[in-house]
Design a protein around this ligand. Structure first.
Ligand SMILES: *Cc1c(COP(=O)(O)O)cnc(C)c1O
Length: 432
């Protein structure tokens, strides 16, 4: 393996190849740790883009994958089905509110969102409501990098070059909160009024509202209160529009409950899940919806059916790992582990508050985040890039999102590893 070949042949995601350092080769991984070919350890404190919930190379998941590979690697999913997909649909349905029971499989978080958007759009068409073609999304939200997902995620600010190919979306204000934030209720009230105004203006043209429940991830780990999610969801109901919850990042325990929306006591019409679904092993996602939505696609001819599918829909290897991952939640008491991580994070909040370079420290479940406080301008991204490189040089995979520095570790992380992470953060801040 030669890093020179990588630099000559490979185009990495979200990477400015002219200025960024060459990527770090990783040869093996175990638990919360990544290892370079020389044996250097790097703690994976963001779970490899939030996917590796139980930790890397987990023996039980390895075994489930190998067993399925020896049985059947794949079969097309139109006209065929297979036990791992059926069992996974059953086990997901058992975890979800009774209304959410119809599972559409696809390949990644972006496609899970595309599927939800297309289903919501066609749901209204199939019933002759041709005017309902608009979507409402929140400022600061991220929903993936395909064109539809970019359109509803335009509030993340990532997509300047693509503005002309994205469809227009109504953006509603999204209040986020942190520790010792005293006027959140007021900001929530204003945001809800903003949402209501948009619904009043466009009400009968709106197909759906899409939300990242409780934490806007890639937009900067912006944390919202369950009260706001509940109020926004109830307003969507009041105006009779469909509700899409994108739990690609926060599903499967991240916020302390199996799904983030449980904390708000509301049920969406569509739930998008990916990242943690296969515990970071295989690319797969599901868009779970209701019988009501499903029935709107039934007809004697093909006219109303959902014309969408991917080559690897419901890949059996991915389903087998996802099934085993769900079992691990019980076997390893994963939600208890998340509670332990949350308590450890919370114990650091006072120190973070007291630090002159730290703004808006916040915790939700396994996620600890804060923003860098400084003069602004170009220094922002330069500071966070310098921090990222410093962290990597010191054995920590912590990759700030703009100004937001955060930890989102695998649930298997040990107390000692968490201590290393906190110490690394404070030491890293000293270098700015
Ligand atoms: C990561 C993410 C996506 C996109 O998922 P990919 O698998 O990267 O396509 C969509 N929505 C949210 C909330 C995400 O965090």
């Amino acid at each position: 393996m030669s890093i020179e070949s990588d630099c000559r042949l490979i185009w990495h995601p979200f990477t400015q190849h002219q200025t960024e350092p060459a990527p770090i080769p990783i040869e093996r991984a175990s638990g919360a740790s990544l290892f370079t070919p020389e044996g250097r350890e790097i703690l994976d404190l963001i779970s490899s883009w939030w996917t590796s919930i139980h930790g890397h190379a987990h023996p039980a998941l390895n075994e489930a994958l190998a067993r399925q590979a020896a049985t059947m690697e794949h079969v097309m999913f139109a006209g065929f089905t297979h036990p791992p997909a059926i069992k996974l649909a059953e086990n997901l349905a058992a975890l979800l509110p009774k209304e959410l029971k119809r599972v559409f499989f696809s390949d990644n978080g972006s496609t899970a969102v595309e599927v939800a958007l297309k289903l919501a759009f066609q749901y209204w068409k199939n019933q002759g409501e041709e005017r309902r073609t608009r979507f409402i999304a929140f400022e600061g939200a991220y929903h993936g990098d395909t064109v539809g997902a970019m359109s509803v995620g335009r509030g993340s600010g990532f997509y300047k070059p693509f503005e002309d190919i994205m469809f227009s979306v109504e953006l509603a204000p999204s209040p986020y909160t942190w520790e010792l934030d005293f006027d959140i209720e007021e900001r929530e009230e204003q945001a809800l009024q903003g949402l209501r105004r948009r619904l009043q203006t466009y009400g009968d043209e709106v197909a759906a509202l899409i939300v990242e429940p409780l934490v806007q991830g890639a937009g900067g780990m912006r944390m919202g209160r369950p009260e706001f999610l509940k109020a926004a969801a109830e307003m969507a109901r009041e105006f009779g529009i469909l509700l899409i919850f994108d739990e690609v990042a926060v599903g499967f325990g991240r916020t302390g409950t199996m799904f983030a929306f449980e904390q708000a006591g509301v049920t969406p019409d569509f739930l998008c899940l990916s990242k943690g679904l296969t515990a970071g092993y295989m690319p797969m996602s599901v868009t779970v919806t209701t019988s009501q939505v499903f029935k709107a696609f039934l007809d004697e001819g093909p006219g109303k059916m959902f014309t969408h599918g991917h080559s690897f829909t419901a890949n059996p290897l991915a389903c087998a790992v996802a099934l085993r991952s769900l079992e691990l939640f019980a076997e390893e008491k994963s939600l208890k582990k998340v509670a332990r991580i949350e308590a450890a994070h919370r114990a650091r909040l006072d120190d973070l508050h007291a630090h002159p370079l730290v703004a808006m420290p916040r915790v939700k479940g396994s996620i600890l985040a804060f923003n860098l406080r400084h003069g602004g301008g170009d220094y922002k991204s330069r500071d966070s890039e310098r921090l990222r490189d410093w962290f990597l040089n010191n054995g920590l995979n912590i990759r700030p999102l703009g100004d937001a520095v955060y930890l989102m570790p695998p649930y298997c992380i040990t107390d000692e590893q968490l201590e290393r992470a906190y110490a690394g953060i404070f030491a890293g801040l000293e270098t700015l």
